[in-house]
Design a protein around this ligand. Structure first.
Ligand SMILES: C[S@@+](CC[C@H](N)C(=O)[O-])C[C@H]1O[C@@H](n2cnc3c(N)ncnc32)[C@H](O)[C@@H]1O
Length: 306
Protein backbone atom coordinates (compact mmCIF):
# COMPACT_ATOMS: atom_id res chain seq x y z
CA UNK A 1 0.00 0.00 0.00
CA UNK A 2 1.19 3.51 -0.80
CA UNK A 3 1.14 5.59 2.34
CA UNK A 4 0.69 9.25 1.53
CA UNK A 5 0.29 10.50 5.04
CA UNK A 6 0.81 14.24 5.17
CA UNK A 7 2.03 14.55 8.74
CA UNK A 8 4.53 11.76 9.32
CA UNK A 9 5.49 13.00 12.78
CA UNK A 10 1.98 12.63 14.08
CA UNK A 11 1.47 8.92 13.65
CA UNK A 12 3.83 6.04 13.37
CA UNK A 13 2.79 3.10 11.25
CA UNK A 14 4.17 -0.18 12.39
CA UNK A 15 4.54 -3.28 10.25
CA UNK A 16 1.65 -5.73 10.47
CA UNK A 17 1.50 -7.79 13.67
CA UNK A 18 3.44 -5.22 15.64
CA UNK A 19 2.17 -4.80 19.15
CA UNK A 20 -0.13 -1.84 19.61
CA UNK A 21 0.93 0.70 22.19
CA UNK A 22 -0.86 3.84 23.10
CA UNK A 23 0.36 7.03 24.66
CA UNK A 24 -1.26 10.29 23.97
CA UNK A 25 -0.89 13.99 24.35
CA UNK A 26 -2.45 16.43 22.01
CA UNK A 27 0.62 18.41 21.06
CA UNK A 28 2.64 15.40 20.19
CA UNK A 29 0.67 12.33 19.19
CA UNK A 30 2.63 9.20 19.85
CA UNK A 31 0.02 6.64 19.15
CA UNK A 32 1.14 3.72 17.13
CA UNK A 33 -1.34 2.58 14.57
CA UNK A 34 -1.24 -0.44 12.33
CA UNK A 35 -1.27 -0.27 8.59
CA UNK A 36 -3.89 -2.61 7.07
CA UNK A 37 -5.95 -2.86 10.21
CA UNK A 38 -8.55 -0.45 8.95
CA UNK A 39 -12.16 -0.69 10.04
CA UNK A 40 -15.20 1.59 10.32
CA UNK A 41 -14.86 4.15 13.11
CA UNK A 42 -18.65 4.56 13.30
CA UNK A 43 -21.41 2.06 13.92
CA UNK A 44 -23.92 2.37 11.11
CA UNK A 45 -27.28 0.77 10.47
CA UNK A 46 -26.82 -1.49 7.47
CA UNK A 47 -23.02 -1.60 7.93
CA UNK A 48 -21.47 -4.32 5.80
CA UNK A 49 -18.47 -5.50 7.83
CA UNK A 50 -19.99 -8.91 8.61
CA UNK A 51 -21.30 -9.48 5.09
CA UNK A 52 -18.12 -8.77 3.16
CA UNK A 53 -16.74 -12.32 3.71
CA UNK A 54 -19.85 -13.68 1.97
CA UNK A 55 -19.33 -11.31 -0.99
CA UNK A 56 -15.74 -12.54 -1.14
CA UNK A 57 -16.81 -16.17 -1.13
CA UNK A 58 -19.18 -15.49 -4.00
CA UNK A 59 -16.34 -13.86 -5.95
CA UNK A 60 -18.18 -10.55 -6.12
CA UNK A 61 -15.31 -8.24 -5.23
CA UNK A 62 -13.17 -7.51 -8.27
CA UNK A 63 -9.44 -8.19 -7.98
CA UNK A 64 -8.58 -4.99 -9.81
CA UNK A 65 -10.17 -1.79 -10.94
CA UNK A 66 -9.26 1.82 -11.61
CA UNK A 67 -11.17 4.31 -9.45
CA UNK A 68 -13.30 3.05 -6.56
CA UNK A 69 -16.64 4.76 -5.85
CA UNK A 70 -18.63 4.32 -2.65
CA UNK A 71 -21.59 6.74 -2.99
CA UNK A 72 -23.67 5.42 -0.05
CA UNK A 73 -20.76 5.58 2.34
CA UNK A 74 -22.30 5.21 5.84
CA UNK A 75 -19.66 3.49 7.99
CA UNK A 76 -17.62 2.70 4.86
CA UNK A 77 -17.04 -1.00 5.59
CA UNK A 78 -16.21 -1.82 1.97
CA UNK A 79 -13.79 1.11 1.65
CA UNK A 80 -11.82 0.04 4.72
CA UNK A 81 -11.84 -3.57 3.53
CA UNK A 82 -10.47 -2.63 0.11
CA UNK A 83 -7.77 -0.45 1.69
CA UNK A 84 -6.71 -3.44 3.81
CA UNK A 85 -6.59 -5.56 0.67
CA UNK A 86 -4.42 -2.97 -1.10
CA UNK A 87 -6.90 -2.66 -3.96
CA UNK A 88 -7.49 1.08 -3.98
CA UNK A 89 -5.54 3.40 -6.26
CA UNK A 90 -8.01 6.28 -6.15
CA UNK A 91 -11.39 6.59 -4.46
CA UNK A 92 -14.38 8.89 -4.30
CA UNK A 93 -16.43 8.36 -1.14
CA UNK A 94 -19.72 10.19 -0.77
CA UNK A 95 -22.99 10.27 1.12
CA UNK A 96 -26.06 12.49 1.28
CA UNK A 97 -25.78 12.85 5.05
CA UNK A 98 -23.87 16.11 5.55
CA UNK A 99 -23.12 15.52 9.25
CA UNK A 100 -21.62 12.13 8.42
CA UNK A 101 -19.45 13.54 5.63
CA UNK A 102 -18.31 16.44 7.81
CA UNK A 103 -17.16 13.85 10.33
CA UNK A 104 -15.13 11.94 7.73
CA UNK A 105 -13.52 15.20 6.59
CA UNK A 106 -12.49 16.10 10.13
CA UNK A 107 -11.10 12.60 10.75
CA UNK A 108 -9.14 12.92 7.51
CA UNK A 109 -7.87 16.51 7.80
CA UNK A 110 -8.12 17.65 11.41
CA UNK A 111 -7.51 14.57 13.53
CA UNK A 112 -5.52 16.01 16.40
CA UNK A 113 -8.01 18.80 17.14
CA UNK A 114 -10.91 16.41 16.67
CA UNK A 115 -9.52 14.01 19.27
CA UNK A 116 -8.91 16.81 21.70
CA UNK A 117 -12.47 18.13 21.37
CA UNK A 118 -14.01 14.64 21.50
CA UNK A 119 -12.17 13.73 24.69
CA UNK A 120 -12.20 17.03 26.54
CA UNK A 121 -15.54 18.50 25.50
CA UNK A 122 -17.66 15.38 25.04
CA UNK A 123 -16.34 12.07 26.40
CA UNK A 124 -15.30 13.52 29.75
CA UNK A 125 -18.68 15.23 30.21
CA UNK A 126 -20.73 12.19 29.25
CA UNK A 127 -23.82 11.48 31.31
CA UNK A 128 -27.57 11.43 30.66
CA UNK A 129 -28.06 15.17 31.13
CA UNK A 130 -25.14 16.05 28.86
CA UNK A 131 -26.35 13.60 26.17
CA UNK A 132 -29.81 15.21 26.10
CA UNK A 133 -28.27 18.67 26.08
CA UNK A 134 -26.03 18.16 23.04
CA UNK A 135 -28.24 15.79 21.06
CA UNK A 136 -29.73 18.47 18.84
CA UNK A 137 -27.30 21.28 19.41
CA UNK A 138 -25.46 22.61 16.34
CA UNK A 139 -22.01 24.06 16.82
CA UNK A 140 -20.32 26.75 14.75
CA UNK A 141 -17.11 24.84 14.16
CA UNK A 142 -17.05 21.74 11.96
CA UNK A 143 -14.68 20.00 14.37
CA UNK A 144 -17.21 20.32 17.21
CA UNK A 145 -19.99 18.97 15.02
CA UNK A 146 -17.79 16.04 14.04
CA UNK A 147 -16.90 15.33 17.68
CA UNK A 148 -20.58 15.54 18.57
CA UNK A 149 -21.44 13.11 15.77
CA UNK A 150 -18.89 10.56 17.00
CA UNK A 151 -19.98 11.11 20.61
CA UNK A 152 -23.65 10.48 19.80
CA UNK A 153 -22.80 7.49 17.64
CA UNK A 154 -20.90 5.87 20.49
CA UNK A 155 -23.15 6.99 23.35
CA UNK A 156 -26.57 6.29 21.83
CA UNK A 157 -28.49 3.01 22.02
CA UNK A 158 -26.95 0.33 19.73
CA UNK A 159 -24.89 2.92 17.86
CA UNK A 160 -27.88 3.62 15.72
CA UNK A 161 -28.02 6.80 13.65
CA UNK A 162 -31.57 7.95 12.95
CA UNK A 163 -33.11 11.35 12.31
CA UNK A 164 -36.74 12.48 12.31
CA UNK A 165 -38.51 14.42 9.53
CA UNK A 166 -36.85 17.65 10.68
CA UNK A 167 -33.43 16.07 10.41
CA UNK A 168 -33.03 15.86 14.21
CA UNK A 169 -31.15 12.95 15.73
CA UNK A 170 -33.67 11.09 17.88
CA UNK A 171 -32.00 7.98 19.31
CA UNK A 172 -31.97 7.65 23.12
CA UNK A 173 -28.83 7.16 25.17
CA UNK A 174 -27.37 3.67 25.45
CA UNK A 175 -25.48 2.04 28.27
CA UNK A 176 -23.35 4.55 30.23
CA UNK A 177 -20.31 2.29 29.98
CA UNK A 178 -20.09 2.45 26.16
CA UNK A 179 -16.61 3.45 24.99
CA UNK A 180 -16.72 6.93 23.49
CA UNK A 181 -13.13 7.91 22.93
CA UNK A 182 -11.30 5.40 20.70
CA UNK A 183 -8.19 7.22 19.49
CA UNK A 184 -6.50 4.33 17.72
CA UNK A 185 -9.61 3.57 15.70
CA UNK A 186 -9.69 7.22 14.62
CA UNK A 187 -5.98 7.24 13.77
CA UNK A 188 -6.35 4.14 11.65
CA UNK A 189 -9.30 5.67 9.82
CA UNK A 190 -7.24 8.83 9.31
CA UNK A 191 -4.47 6.78 7.77
CA UNK A 192 -6.86 4.90 5.48
CA UNK A 193 -8.44 8.18 4.35
CA UNK A 194 -5.03 9.69 3.63
CA UNK A 195 -3.70 6.72 1.66
CA UNK A 196 -4.05 6.25 -2.09
CA UNK A 197 -5.85 9.40 -3.20
CA UNK A 198 -9.13 9.36 -1.37
CA UNK A 199 -11.70 12.18 -1.64
CA UNK A 200 -14.84 12.49 0.51
CA UNK A 201 -17.83 14.45 -0.77
CA UNK A 202 -21.30 15.32 0.52
CA UNK A 203 -23.76 14.78 -2.29
CA UNK A 204 -26.57 12.61 -3.53
CA UNK A 205 -25.53 9.62 -5.59
CA UNK A 206 -27.65 10.93 -8.43
CA UNK A 207 -25.43 14.01 -8.74
CA UNK A 208 -22.30 11.94 -9.29
CA UNK A 209 -23.60 8.74 -10.85
CA UNK A 210 -22.21 9.83 -14.24
CA UNK A 211 -18.60 9.99 -12.99
CA UNK A 212 -17.49 6.32 -13.09
CA UNK A 213 -15.65 5.25 -16.24
CA UNK A 214 -15.13 1.83 -17.84
CA UNK A 215 -12.86 -0.23 -15.57
CA UNK A 216 -13.97 1.55 -12.38
CA UNK A 217 -15.75 -0.22 -9.50
CA UNK A 218 -18.84 1.17 -7.76
CA UNK A 219 -20.16 -0.30 -4.51
CA UNK A 220 -23.85 0.61 -4.14
CA UNK A 221 -25.32 0.16 -0.68
CA UNK A 222 -28.43 2.37 -0.64
CA UNK A 223 -31.12 2.43 2.05
CA UNK A 224 -32.86 -0.89 1.51
CA UNK A 225 -36.32 -1.01 0.00
CA UNK A 226 -39.01 -1.51 2.64
CA UNK A 227 -36.73 -1.24 5.69
CA UNK A 228 -34.96 1.41 7.79
CA UNK A 229 -34.90 4.75 5.92
CA UNK A 230 -34.03 7.27 8.62
CA UNK A 231 -30.50 8.20 7.55
CA UNK A 232 -31.60 11.57 6.19
CA UNK A 233 -34.58 13.94 6.14
CA UNK A 234 -35.41 12.88 2.57
CA UNK A 235 -36.05 9.15 2.36
CA UNK A 236 -34.87 6.90 -0.44
CA UNK A 237 -38.18 5.73 -1.91
CA UNK A 238 -39.33 3.57 -4.82
CA UNK A 239 -38.65 6.30 -7.40
CA UNK A 240 -35.04 6.44 -6.24
CA UNK A 241 -34.79 2.61 -6.38
CA UNK A 242 -35.95 2.73 -10.01
CA UNK A 243 -33.48 5.51 -10.88
CA UNK A 244 -30.73 3.47 -9.25
CA UNK A 245 -31.63 0.41 -11.36
CA UNK A 246 -31.45 2.61 -14.49
CA UNK A 247 -27.95 3.73 -13.49
CA UNK A 248 -26.93 0.07 -13.03
CA UNK A 249 -28.11 -0.63 -16.57
CA UNK A 250 -25.90 2.19 -17.85
CA UNK A 251 -22.94 0.89 -15.84
CA UNK A 252 -23.47 -2.53 -17.32
CA UNK A 253 -23.54 -1.19 -20.87
CA UNK A 254 -20.41 0.88 -20.22
CA UNK A 255 -18.41 -1.93 -18.57
CA UNK A 256 -18.34 -0.20 -15.21
CA UNK A 257 -18.20 -2.83 -12.47
CA UNK A 258 -20.78 -2.55 -9.74
CA UNK A 259 -22.00 -4.44 -6.70
CA UNK A 260 -25.39 -3.49 -5.27
CA UNK A 261 -26.99 -4.70 -2.03
CA UNK A 262 -30.69 -4.50 -1.32
CA UNK A 263 -33.50 -6.24 0.47
CA UNK A 264 -34.85 -9.54 -0.72
CA UNK A 265 -38.37 -8.73 -1.84
CA UNK A 266 -40.50 -8.86 -4.95
CA UNK A 267 -40.13 -5.16 -5.72
CA UNK A 268 -36.34 -5.39 -5.98
CA UNK A 269 -36.42 -8.80 -7.68
CA UNK A 270 -38.81 -7.42 -10.31
CA UNK A 271 -36.63 -4.36 -10.86
CA UNK A 272 -33.50 -6.38 -11.55
CA UNK A 273 -35.12 -9.39 -13.14
CA UNK A 274 -33.60 -10.35 -16.46
CA UNK A 275 -30.41 -11.70 -17.93
CA UNK A 276 -28.32 -8.59 -17.70
CA UNK A 277 -27.43 -8.77 -13.98
CA UNK A 278 -26.05 -11.49 -11.71
CA UNK A 279 -28.30 -11.95 -8.69
CA UNK A 280 -27.05 -13.69 -5.54
CA UNK A 281 -28.37 -14.14 -2.03
CA UNK A 282 -26.55 -13.64 1.25
CA UNK A 283 -27.69 -13.97 4.85
CA UNK A 284 -27.25 -11.48 7.63
CA UNK A 285 -28.19 -11.59 11.28
CA UNK A 286 -31.31 -9.48 11.70
CA UNK A 287 -30.75 -6.75 14.25
CA UNK A 288 -32.92 -3.81 13.21
CA UNK A 289 -36.10 -5.13 14.79
CA UNK A 290 -35.88 -4.76 18.52
CA UNK A 291 -38.24 -7.61 19.42
CA UNK A 292 -36.28 -10.77 20.14
CA UNK A 293 -38.79 -12.90 18.26
CA UNK A 294 -38.14 -11.05 15.04
CA UNK A 295 -34.41 -11.43 15.19
CA UNK A 296 -32.77 -14.10 13.14
CA UNK A 297 -31.26 -14.63 9.73
CA UNK A 298 -32.47 -12.32 7.00
CA UNK A 299 -31.93 -12.95 3.32
CA UNK A 300 -30.55 -10.10 1.20
CA UNK A 301 -29.98 -9.62 -2.52
CA UNK A 302 -26.65 -8.86 -4.13
CA UNK A 303 -26.90 -7.67 -7.68
CA UNK A 304 -23.76 -7.23 -9.72
CA UNK A 305 -21.97 -7.46 -13.04
CA UNK A 306 -18.58 -8.44 -11.58
C1 LIG B 1 -27.08 1.14 4.06
S1 LIG B 1 -26.28 2.64 4.45
C2 LIG B 1 -24.66 2.36 3.88
C3 LIG B 1 -23.90 1.47 4.84
C4 LIG B 1 -22.42 1.32 4.51
N1 LIG B 1 -22.19 0.56 3.32
C5 LIG B 1 -21.67 0.69 5.67
O1 LIG B 1 -20.98 -0.32 5.53
O2 LIG B 1 -21.77 1.22 6.78
C6 LIG B 1 -26.96 3.74 3.27
C7 LIG B 1 -26.35 5.15 3.22
O3 LIG B 1 -26.89 5.83 2.08
C8 LIG B 1 -27.00 7.21 2.40
N2 LIG B 1 -27.96 7.82 1.45
C9 LIG B 1 -29.31 7.80 1.48
N3 LIG B 1 -29.82 8.39 0.37
C10 LIG B 1 -28.75 8.75 -0.38
C11 LIG B 1 -28.58 9.39 -1.65
N4 LIG B 1 -29.64 9.76 -2.38
N5 LIG B 1 -27.34 9.60 -2.11
C12 LIG B 1 -26.26 9.24 -1.38
N6 LIG B 1 -26.33 8.66 -0.16
C13 LIG B 1 -27.56 8.40 0.32
C14 LIG B 1 -27.42 7.23 3.86
O4 LIG B 1 -27.10 8.47 4.45
C15 LIG B 1 -26.63 6.04 4.43
O5 LIG B 1 -25.41 6.46 4.97
Amino acid sequence: MKIAYNNPQAITVLPNNAKLKYEHDFNCLTEIVKDKNFKPFLKWVGGKTRLIPQYEELGLIPAEFNTYFEPFLGGGAMFFHLQNAGLIQRALLSDLNSDLVNTYKEVKDNLSKLKQVLLKEFAESHDKVFFEEVRNKTFTLDVYNAAKFIYLNKACRSGMYRVNKNGEFNVPMGDLTQKIYQPILLSEANLALNSNNVAVVNTSFFNISHLPQPGDFVFLDPPYHGTFNGYNKSPFGEDEQVKLRDVCREYNENKIKFLLCNSHNSFILDLYNGDEFKINEVWRNGTINSKGAERGKVKELIISNV
